[in-house]
Design a protein. Sequence first.
Lengths: 330, 347
Amino acid sequence: MKNTSLLGKMISHREWLLGAIIVLMLMGVGYTAPFFVTPSNLAEAFDDTSILIMLACAQMLVILTRCIDLSVASNIAFTGMCVALFNVAYPDTPALVTLIMSIGIGVVLGAFNGILVWLVGIPSIVVTLGTMSVYRGFVFLISGGEWVNAHEMTPQFLALPRATFLDLTVLSWIAIAVTLALFVFTRFTKTGLSIFAVGGNPKAAVYSGLNVGKYQFITFCISGAVAGMCGYLWVSRYAVAYVEVAMAFELQVVAACVIGGISIAGGIGTIWGAALGAIFLGLIKNALPVIGISPFWQLAISGLVIVLAVIINSRSEKRDGRRILREAHQ
Amino acid sequence: MMNEKALKHPMTKDIKDLPDNLNGDWRNKLMRWETLLMVFVAIVFFTNTQISPYFLDPWSLSDATFNFTEKAIIALPMALLIIARDIDLSVASTIALASVAMGFANTMGAGPVELALVGMAVGTVAGFINGWIITKFDIPAIVVTIGTMSLYRGIAYIVLGDDVYRSYPSDFAFFGQGYVWGILSFEFALFLGLAVVFGILLHKTTFGRRVYVIGNNPTAALFSGINVKRHRLFLFTLVGLFAGIAAVLLTSRIGSTRPSIAMGWELEVITMVVLGGVNILGGAGSIVGVFIAVFLMGLVTFGMGLMNVPGIVMSIFTGLLLILVIGTPIIWRRAMTARKMRSKTGE
C-alpha cells in the first residue's frame, strides 16, 4: 500500500495532514476576522494552549505503552493547590523553587499510578480512574474546600508564566522546551525508543529483555511530572486555586492525542502529532468566539472531531480493539 | 511473567477449577467474590446502625435507594458489556442528551408516557451509534465512547446552553418519585425486576453464554459461529436504552434538566460493575455480584451522608475502593499460584 504521490504521502503522514488542516482553519478564521491571525493574538492563543500541548505530549508516552493516564487533571488540581498553599505559608520562596517543587509532587503522584500498574498489575484505566477521584478528593482535604485567590499569592509566584521573552510568554517557551525535550527523548534515547518497542509488541519486548512494566512506570512518572508542573503553571496563570481546577481536562488531553494520530492500541505516534492535536483543539477553542459561534458548541465539536479522527485512524492501522485494557506484560 | 500466564489460564485439569463452575465444594463457595461482598455489606450495615439512630428507619432506607437506583439500572447492561470486553464511557452524556430531548418534547406538549418513550428512544439511538461506529470501523470502544461522551453532552449544551428545562407534567413525577407498594418506590421495584431479568439473561440463556465466550476469546467466538459484531452492537444499544431509562427516572425525580445533569456518573457505574467482581478485561462476572456491589456502594454513601461527610471526600473512598477491590484479588491470586507452584515442585 505504498502511495508515492505527494498528496498520498501528505495524507498518509497524519502530522502533515493535521498541519494543513490547522493552516486552512487559520486562513478561514483570518478571512472573517483578520485580527485573529495577527502575531500578538496568535501568541496569546498559543499561550492559552501551552498547558494542553505539554500534557498531550506526556500522555502520548503513556498511550504508547498501551496504558492511559486519566488522573492528570486531578494531579494538576492537587499540585496546584499544594504550591499555592505553600506560597501562602512561605511567601519568600522563589518561583523556580516552586516550579521544581511542583514537578516533584507531580512525580510522586505519577509514580503511585505507575507502581500500581507495574508491580501490582492493575489495568491502567482502573488505576487512574481511581486516583482521579482520590487526588481530587485530596485537594479538598488539604484546602478544606477553600479557594486560594490572587491577592493571597505573591507577585513572583504569579509572574513566572506571564513574563515575556521574544514576544512569547515564559509559559509558551516552557511548552516549546518540553515538547522539544520529549521529541529528543522519544527519538534519540534508548529509553525513549524502548517505549515504542514495549507498546508495539509487548511479547517481543519481553523476549528482547525489556521490562514492560518498568517502561510503563517511567511513562507514568513523566506524565505525573509534566502534570505537576502544569499544576503550578495553571494556578499561577489563572491566579486562583480551588478544588475543581482543570475538571475533566484529562479528556481534552486524551482527545488531543487521538486527533494527533496516537494509536490507543499502543506503539504508534509522534510527539508532533500530539502537539498538533493539542494545537488543533486550542485553535477551535480560541476561534469559536471570534467567528461568532457560542462557546457551548465547543464540547460537541471536539467530540465530533475525536470520533472522526478515530474513524480516519482506523483505516490506517487495523489492530485488535481495546488493547489498552488488557495487561501488557504477557 | 509466569504468574501472569498462570493467572490468565488457570491449571484447568479438573472441572472444578473452571472459573465459572458453580458446583465447587464449600471452600470455593466461601472464597467467592459475592460472599466477600456480602460480608462487607454486613459490616457496613452494622456500622451504619451504630453511627446513626436514623439509619434503620424504613423510610430513610427507602429514601437512600434513590441515590443509587438510576446508576444501578445502567450497571446491569454495563456488566454484560464489560464481560463482553467492551466499555461505554458515554452513558452519563447519553442521560444528558435524553433528558434534554425530554425537556424539548415537554415544551412541545408531550404527555408523561410520550416523554418516557422519547427518553428511551434517544438513549437507544445514542447507544446504537456507539455500537455502530465501534463494530463498523473496528475501533476500541474506549476511544469512541470518550468521543461520543463529549459529543452527546455537547449537543445537550448546544440545545440548552446555561438554560434549564422545568415544569414537567405532574403525572411524569411518578417514574422517579412514585411508590408502588408501601415504601417500595417505582424506581427500586423496576431495578429489582430488571436485576432478575438480567440474572436470567446472563446466566441461564444461550445469549448469556455467548457474552462470556465473546469476552473470553472473540476470535474463538467468531469461529464457533457467533456473530460477534451483532452481539456487540446489541449490547451497546442495550446500554443506551438503559441510559435512556435512567434519564427518564432521574429527570422525573429531580423535575428539571440541565446539560450538566448526571456529570461523572459513568465512573460510578463502572465502579459498581467492577466492584461486583466483573473482570475489567472481560470474560468473567456475575449479576449477583453487581447486585450486591450496588447495595454496598449505596450503604457506604448513605452512611457517610449520615456522618455529614462531603461528597468529594466520599469520592476518595470510591477511588480507593476501586483500586483495592481490583488490586487485592490480583495479589492474592498471585500469592496462591506461587504457593501452588512451590508445593508442586516440592512433591
